[in-house]
Design a protein around this ligand. Structure first.
Ligand code: MN
Length: 318
């Protein structure tokens, strides 16, 4: 790994004719906003740009509305340019099949803010002190000398507002960045509603079923408590994939638990687990024990088994 700065990344990009930008699987607004912000900046410099994420999940309508989404290509249509940038992926595995495209590029640039990211590019611009990857992309755009237009600012804002939970856990620097983005013309009220405060009515039924079945283990985590909920495959398949992402934000509101977990059965017997903590437990330690990763207060992993087995495995670990 070669530790790189925003300036290093900008000079590597400046000479390129064409750039492939890769977002992580099950894209969230940070990876996508980062990809589309950088993509639009590079298009402005006259480069050919393609942006892609692995898998065949449709883009949630909220993210489809982001400026620059016309740069997105399906994974099987990716050309694979000599310069590739991975945005917000903590590991090469998060790029799934597109990891091959990344690996085949001459210059492989990793831009990320996950503390667990050990680097997998020729240039690794990894800064865990940043609340989101989109803010790091803004640093690169500034180094490139590209004007912060409203469409670019909107994409950066999408990453910033979602990865800070509407600034609930934002660090001081993020407020300065937000002010700059709003001044550049971002409609903050519209995008917070679109990206964070919007669900189809059918989601209410799913959320009530999941919450009604949640379990509290007060003795877990050294007495700090664990609350968890499971979303069986049948229930999970009844909702749009991105709608399940916000269930953890409901479960983690339990006053009685330091750690919250949501088990989502992506395929029968296969579970994706989201973990959150409040202010004591480092959940990356738990996630890593199961081969996952993430941030100190938000991490995840995948595991096989029945719902009882995967819950017992977590309880044994905390
Ligand atoms: Mn992120």
């Amino acid at each position: 790994m070669t530790a790189a700065s925003a300036a290093d990344v900008a000079s590597a990009l400046r000479g390129a004719d064409a750039v492939t930008i890769l977002c992580h699987v099950r894209p969230d607004p940070d990876t996508l906003g980062s990809g589309l912000a950088l993509g639009q900046a590079l298009v402005g410099l006259g480069m050919a740009v393609e942006v892609a994420y692995p898998g065949d999940l449709p883009l949630p309508s909220a993210m489809k509305a982001l400026p620059g989404s016309e740069l997105l290509v399906r994974p099987d249509a990716v050309v694979g340019h000599p310069v590739a940038v991975s945005v917000d992926a903590a590991t090469l595995g998060r790029l799934e099949d597109l990891g091959e495209v990344f690996g085949a590029a001459r210059e492989r640039i990793v831009v990320d803010h996950h503390v667990s990211n050990t680097g997998f590019g020729t240039l690794d611009f990894i800064d865990p002190s940043s609340d989101c990857t989109a803010s790091l992309v803004l640093e690169i755009i500034d180094e490139l000398g590209v004007t912060l237009t409203e469409p670019i600012a909107t994409c950066v804002y999408a990453g910033l507002i979602t990865d800070t939970g509407s600034f609930k856990w934002a660090r001081p620097s993020s407020f300065g960045i937000a002010a700059r983005l709003i001044e550049a013309g971002v409609d903050g009220a519209k995008w917070s509603r679109t990206l964070l405060d919007s669900h189809p009515f059918t989601w209410f039924g799913v959320a009530s079923a999941v919450l009604g079945d949640a379990k509290l283990e007060s003795a877990a985590c050294g007495g700090a408590g664990l609350v968890y909920a499971t979303v069986p495959h049948e229930l999970l398949s009844s909702m749009a994939w991105d709608e399940s992402e916000s269930l953890i934000d409901l479960v983690r509101t339990a006053q009685d638990a330091e750690v919250a977990a949501v088990f989502k059965e992506s395929e029968p017997g296969r579970w994706n687990v989201s973990l959150r903590s409040k202010d004591k437990v480092d959940v990356t330690t738990i996630a890593r024990a199961f081969g996952g990763g993430g941030h100190i207060r938000a991490a995840g992993y995948s595991i096989d088994g029945t719902s009882d087995e995967v819950a017992a495995a977590l309880l044994a670990q905390v």
